[in-house]
Design a protein around this ligand. Structure first.
Ligand code: NAD
Length: 396
């Protein structure tokens, strides 16, 4: 493939080595997203960075090579050329060991790192003295909201889950008054009203369903009600540190189970999003509860990849039990790749602003608290303590 040339960056003309940002084509099966989009490339190149995009990197998200070229990027074919001399690599999925082996010492990699499922590549980045920033560790402080890729991708996932539920439901979602009779609205139950859950609620409401939701955090009640949905109340508050949920006691679990089971039994669509960071997802829908559901009911288990909120969920599969369809989707944000990539790219653009100075050079120290919190691997060490414990029993 022809390598297209681009005008020299401002840094090159001044004789300063420009920061080279490289964006590979994602390799994970089913991954349609790309780490940057032409609109963001145009901003990066204007601020003096050189941007290289691997041929076809944006095709799956409907951003053709030509748009990147028009935005000032250079399209290259193959990883070797892409990574050669790159300062920063932007990715969606964690880099593979093979990719890490192609990077020069000191290269900065930014993306989701999924440390618990990706120990080999992290160990390799440590050994090859790569610097890795994990977007999942960006702190959820106000200043970092524009970099919060967990939230942007959960937004995409929540939307897709609601649409998937509607698509597989044998009923209309809205109430309809027609000459052929009146149709009652469908009932949609959302379990877990975090970022994804709230978007799923809003989407199901827009489709006209009656929406009920439950979360162990009482604070979620207000947000649920503000979207016009009913919040199922239980007399416990399981809000833990940093706004995340804590684990429930056995008695609390039994009460919760009873209330949730009754709501599940009357729902046409159940969307489960309950997660506890770093742990297996809690089971909220048992196989006994599934047996009480209406025939034709649909469960979309957004927690499928972390163990599932429904006991019967099989990750990556759609199964039927007692006339109920149970969908265990993987990578829902990749099903709306155009917009999930756009949001992700903007998250990365904001993150890059912490790493690149106004004159287009790399910062010399990672002192900003957002950088410190998300730094996973640096200078031959796994600096994120839980990941380092996971890899080698706590030795840095
Ligand atoms: P998450 O993906 O970790 O979990 C999803 C939801 O499941 C959470 O609301 C959680 O409370 C809920 N849950 C856990 N166990 C449950 C159970 N047994 N039953 C029912 N629900 C259960 O969460 P998230 O969407 O990433 O967000 C978590 C929190 O962080 C929310 O309060 C959110 O508003 C907050 N947040 C803050 C910022 C910010 O301040 N910048 C950004 C994003 C999210």
């Amino acid at each position: 493939m022809e390598v297209l040339s681009t005008p020299a960056s401002a840094q090159e003309t001044k004789g300063i080595n420009p920061v080279i940002v490289a964006v590979p084509k994602e390799q994970t099966p089913g991954e349609q997203r790309v780490a940057t989009v032409p609109e963001v490339v145009s901003k990066l190149t204007k601020s003096g960075l050189v941007v290289r995009i691997e041929h076809d990197a944006g095709t799956g998200a409907y951003y053709p090579d030509a748009l990147y070229t028009a935005a000032g990027a250079k399209i290259v074919s193959g990883r070797a050329e892409l990574f050669n001399g790159a300062t920063i690599v932007l990715c969606v999925q964690p880099p593979t060991v093979a990719d890490v082996d192609m990077l020069a010492e000191g290269t900065i990699v930014i993306g989701f790192m999924n440390p618990t499922r990706n120990p080999e590549a992290i160990a390799r980045m440590r050994d090859r003295k790569i610097t890795a920033f994990a977007l999942e560790f960006v702190p959820r402080i106000t200043r970092a909201q524009s970099m919060d890729a967990l939230s942007s991708q959960a937004t995409a996932g929540g939307y897709v889950a609601a649409v998937l539920g509607a698509d597989n439901c044998p009923k209309f979602l809205p109430m309809l008054t027609t000459a052929a009779g009146t149709i009652r609205p469908a009932t949609v139950l959302i379990l877990g009203a975090g970022v994804a859950g709230l978007v799923a609620i809003a989407t199901a409401k827009r489709l006209g369903a009656l929406v009920e939701a439950y979360d162990v955090r009482r604070a979620a009640g207000e947000q649920v009600r503000s979207l016009g949905a009913k919040f199922l109340e239980l007399e416990i508050n399981a809000e833990g540190q940093g706004g995340y949920a804590r684990e429930l006691t056995p008695e609390e679990k039994a009460q919760e189970q009873q209330m949730v089971s009754a709501a599940v039994a009357r729902a046409d669509i159940v969307i489960t999003t309950a997660a506890i960071p770093g742990r297996k997802a809690p089971v909220l829908v048992t196989k006994e509860t599934v047996a009480t559901m209406r025939p034709g009911a649909v469960i979309i288990d957004m927690a499928a990849e972390s163990g599932g909120n429904c006991e019967l969920t099989q990750v990556g599969k759609t199964i039927r039990e007692h006339g109920v369809m149970i969908i265990g989707p993987q990578n829902l944000p990749a099903r709306v790749p155009f917009h999930s990539s756009q949001m992700y790219a903007k998250n990365l653009q904001s993150f890059l602003a912490l790493l690149i100075t106004k004159d287009g050079t790399l910062v010399t120290e990672f002192t900003d608290e957002i950088l410190t919190a998300s730094l996973l691997v640096h200078a031959g060490k796994v600096v994120h303590k839980p990941t380092s414990d996971l890899l080698n029993g706590g030795k840095p």
